[in-house]
Structures are given as structure tokens and as C-alpha cells.
Design a protein around this ligand. Structure first.
Ligand SMILES: [Zn+2]
Length: 418
């Protein structure tokens, strides 16, 4: 669309301006600043802008308030509402950068910076797409909304979940949602796998390390759990395949990571030169991160681990454990026939001259809250950037990719609202 092409420089400038506000999460820095910056820009061109603090959400405090921005632009006639949702938070910088992560360096057709790809490039593209569409069709039907929300990187509870609980994603108010996460400009992401996190603790009895037979080692008990996981659970997970088009392909099955293991004496503080004390470990804990498929029921996922622990218990004298559930997300997948999917596919074909790939994300993103809390099913992730670059040093987004995906978003608006 010509109106998008004419805004190429504005798109790059907006992306750089967004990168220059370091919205690091944790702890949740500069959320108000980025919401105010975007809000001021949109208000100037006639949008109604709301800034909403997710008071009382995890991490929210007067020092680190969880601010969100929601902007709405009404067309001249009644019709559907298309909502673009981007998270404004970015993850820590980490090591290995060759450019300033918060300068918004533009070089060789790329914009570099923490959050360039995940997902300030996508946020900028959606703003430019909406502005270009409105310029071309001032009398459109329905409404456009743009939100910039907090805390996606830490679960989204101070962001999309908070807004969804307050009706911002009520299907009576919003009919189509596009989340411009960096899934590449020619791919439509229909949803994500499910998640179940749990902590398993084995119990023991402390004793002197020179007489371990007087105690009972929780670490050895955990060893038995890990052996059982290797022998039975991993093969079982590898045999569960999905029809979900998950990328990368290795994630097209059930998976589980063991996030951590802790047992016995605490790790010495850095710089400590003392020797450890000889004790039998009376506790050992692991945290498991199980990712499951739309074909699986969460009750079965939990029961599988429960049965494994019971098997170990039946075999092993003195074995005792506790299982604490930490977190769960049900898988979400939008139908390929849903209106927002069809419109985006048609727009990709027009702009890029090829049919899109349909993909599903191995990990979750804010679609979970829009689906589960908002009860809004007509939702996808679509945006510029290469997913593998997210959270990496020298993260970047391609200028042409931003322009192309803004063109796709503007055409989606044309199809749904013009
Ligand atoms: Zn993201």
C-alpha cells in the first residue's frame, strides 16, 4: 500500500524511539514513559487513549508500576473492531552486544536494539499500518484499537490478563486480534502449546556425611525419580505427536525440561572459601516445565507425572515426596477459517506474492489470556522479525520486513473495515 511505503521513515523513527525507552522486565522499567510517548502520538492524530495501571498485579508497586496503553479510533460507520496488541516490555540485555542496545542503531537496512524484534518493530508496524489505513479510508466502518501492554515476558498478568479481566477483549467489543510478535512476515501463528510447571520435592533425613546409613538421602531418592523420568517419561513424551504446525519441528511433540535441581546444603556465596559441611540431604527439589499438545488433556499430563512418582514410591523403601503445581496454560489454536486468519493470508499473498505458512508457537504468549479470559477466539500472532533473534545479543529487525508487514496489516484493515 502506497500510504505505508510513504511512511517508511516514520516507521523506522518510531521503532527507534520505542527502543530508546528501556522497558526492561524485570523489574518493569519505564512502562509509564513508553505508554505516554505512544499515547501522545496517537492522541494527536485523533485516537482516544487510556493509560491503565494494573494495580495489585504481580510485580506492580509504586516504584515499578505496571502501565498499559489502549488507544481506540472510531471509523465513521458501525462495524467490527480490529485490535493490535503488542507487549512493550523487553528482557534483560545480557552479554555479547556490539552496539548500544538502547540507542536504536540503524545500519544496513536493520534496526538494532533490545526489543527491536521482540517486539517494538511489530508495535511500530501496527501503528504505521493503522495510520496509513486511516489516511486512505477516513470513513471506514468499525474501529481500530492499538494496545501496548506490560509484562508479557513474565506471564502477562499485569498486561493482557489484567485488561482481559476488565472486558477489554470482550468479543462484543473487539472482534479481531493481531499480536505482532516476531513470527516472520510470511507466517501466521495460530496459537501455542500448553504449559504445566510443577515442583517435585523428595524427602530425606539429615545425618552426618560420614555415616550416611543413619540418615536418608533426598538426593538419592530424587535420582530414582530422574531415572524413572529417563526410562519411561521421556520415551512416552517423544511418542506423542501433534497435528499442530509447531515450529521448530522438534517441538511438534510433547516435551519436558527440568528447569532446576536443588538439594542438600545451600550453594556457598560467591567468594566464600570455606569447605562444605558433611550432611545427608534431607530435601531435594526439581522444577519441571512440561509443554503439552492440543491433543492432550491437562489432567492426563498431571496424572502421568503423579503415576510416575507413585511407581517410584511403590518400588523404593522410605521414598516420600510432595508435588506442588506452579503454573498452567491450556493450549490455544485459532481455526484456519477464522476471519482474521483468512484476511491476513489474503493480505500476505497480495504483498509478498506467496501463500503464508501456518505455524504454532512452542511457548505461550499473550494469546492465552485473550482466549481463556477474554473468550475471544479470532486471534493470531503476525508480525515482522525473526523469532530466533528474540532475547539474543545484537537483536535486530529488518526495515523492509517492518514495511512489508505494515503493508499486510493495512490490507487486513482494508479487508475487514473498508
Ligand atoms: Zn514477545
Amino acid at each position: 500500500m502506497n500510504e505505508v511505503e510513504a511512511r517508511r521513515d516514520a516507521l523506522v523513527t518510531l521503532c527507534r524511539d520505542l527502543i530508546r525507552i528501556p522497558t526492561l522486565n524485570p523489574p518493569g522499567r519505564n512502562y509509564l514513559e513508553i505508554c505516554e510517548m505512544l499515547g501522545a502520538r496517537l492522541r494527536e492524530s485523533g485516537w482516544q487513549v487510556e493509560l491503565i495501571r494494573a494495580e495489585g498485579s504481580p510485580g506492580d508497586s509504586d516504584r515499578w508500576p505496571r502501565w498499559n496503553m489502549v488507544a481506540r479510533y472510531e471509523g465513521g460507520r458501525p462495524g467490527d473492531c480490529v485490535h493490535f496488541n503488542s507487549h512493550h516490555d523487553v528482557v534483560e540485555v545480557g552479554h555479547g552486544w556490539t552496539v548500544d542496545p538502547f540507542e536504536g542503531v540503524e545500519r544496513d537496512g536493520r534496526v538494532y536494539g533490545r526489543g527491536a524484534c521482540d517486539m517494538k518493530g511489530g508495535l511500530a508496524a501496527s501503528v504505521i499500518a493503522a495510520e496509513a489505513f486511516i489516511a486512505a479510508h477516513p470513513e471506514f466502518s468499525g474501529a481500530i484499537e492499538i494496545s501496548a501492554t506490560a509484562d508479557e515476558e513474565t506471564g502477562g498478568y499485569g498486561g493482557v490478563a489484567y485488561l482481559a479481566e476488565r472486558g477489554y477483549f470482550d468479543p462484543a467489543k473487539v472482534q479481531h486480534v493481531i499480536i505482532p510478535e516476531p513470527l516472520n512476515k510470511d507466517r501466521i501463528c495460530l496459537g501455542h502449546r500448553g504449559v504445566w510447571w510443577a515442583e517435585i520435592e523428595t524427602k530425606g533425613r539429615i545425618a552426618h556425611g560420614s555415616m550416611p546409613f543413619l540418615g536418608d538421602s533426598a538426593i538419592r531418592h530424587m535420582g530414582a525419580v530422574l531415572e524413572e523420568i529417563e526410562a519411561t517419561l521421556y520415551p512416552a513424551l517423544a511418542s506423542k505427536h501433534t497435528a499442530m504446525p509447531v515450529v521448530p519441528e522438534g517441538a511438534r511433540q510433547s516435551t519436558m525440561n527440568i528447569n532446576s535441581i536443588h538439594g542438600g546444603e545451600r550453594e556457598p556465596e560467591e567468594g566464600s572459601t570455606g569447605l562444605p559441611a558433611p550432611c545427608v540431604a534431607d530435601r531435594c527439589r526439581i522444577v519441571i516445565d512440561r509443554r503439552f499438545l492440543i491433543e492432550e488433556k491437562i489432567e492426563d499430563v498431571k496424572a502421568e507425572v503423579g503415576a510416575l512418582l507413585e511407581r517410584v514410591k511403590a518400588d523404593r523403601p522410605g521414598f516420600d515426596y510432595e508435588l506442588r503445581e506452579l503454573f498452567e496454560v491450556i493450549p490455544s489454536m485459532t481455526d484456519e477459517d477464522a476471519p482474521v486468519v483468512r484476511s491476513t493470508a489474503a493480505a500476505i499473498e497480495k504483498v509478498l506474492g506467496r501463500m503464508p505458512d501456518y505455524v504454532v508457537s512452542p511457548g505461550t504468549y499473550d494469546q492465552k489470556h485473550i482466549d481463556r479470559i477474554g473468550r475471544l477466539k479470532n486471534c493470531i500472532a503476525y508480525g515482522p522479525g525473526i523469532l530466533d533473534l528474540a532475547h539474543q545479543p545484537d537483536e535486530w529487525v529488518g526495515v523492509q520486513d517492518m514495511v512489508d508487514s505494515a503493508g499486510v496489516m493495512a490490507l487486513v484493515l482494508e479487508e475487514l473495515l473498508a
